[in-house]
Design a protein around this ligand. Sequence first.
Ligand code: SAM
Length: 253
Amino acid sequence: MIEHKETNNKYNTEMELRQKGEIFRLFNKIAYRYDITNRLLSLGRDAYWRRELVRQVKIEKEHDFFLLDLATGTGEVMKTFRDVFPDYGYLLGIDLSEGMIRAGMGKFNNEKQTCLFAVMDVMCQGIRSEKINVVTMAFGIRNVSKISSALREIYRVLKPGGQVLILEFGLPQKWLKRKIYLFYLRYILPYIGGVWTGCPSAYRYLSETICKFPSHEQFSLLLEEVGFTNTGWTEFNWGAVLLYTATKPKESR
Ligand SMILES: C[S@@+](CC[C@H](N)C(=O)[O-])C[C@H]1O[C@@H](n2cnc3c(N)ncnc32)[C@H](O)[C@@H]1O
């Protein structure tokens, strides 16, 4: 169990967590307090970021509309989407952490027919090509070791003309803001997150992966290399949070 590994200090680096496939266990462990911890650490801004993501969905409703939310966690993106678009087709959230999914399912008690969850890897194994209108992913792409492969899978499952929206942490571009934010990431976030959830390694992992994630330009290039067009990003909180958007061309390769 993770408690044992933490006390042995064996699994604390990002690479070890990835290699050992332990990421979802970390999330299982913090699942029961995940939403409230996010509200606390972001001072309520995380709900606003997800709402902005949903506001940028540009796909028209159609009779077999499908939204796929990757690394859905407790289903917060799907919940926000349902609040804004109550009658838009089907929503499917996939995540590796059963604990996170279980914590989210209660939010959809009245919508069990149209809001579905599955324990599955973001590599989308099992989802047929060109079936999805919109793919969303909030704070999940950082956890993926092969980002380009994940983007190729997203491209594959999207219908031509479909849209991908990815919300992710980044680092502010301006020197002073970057320094302040790095201090927060390295010393304050793991402390507060650790005390609150009892799992400091989850927050050390968060800091490490944010620092290693590609820059705004690099990530947009990755999207374009896969074949996406209309790539762009919106910055929030000094550029510490980014919303990337892109479209699969109607005439796709
Ligand atoms: C920071 S949480 C984000 C949850 C949610 N999207 C949100 O907006 O709060 C990251 C989620 O990614 C999931 N995850 C990590 N690696 C994954 C993978 N390879 N496949 C599916 N889910 C994964 C974790 O279990 C966790 O629930």
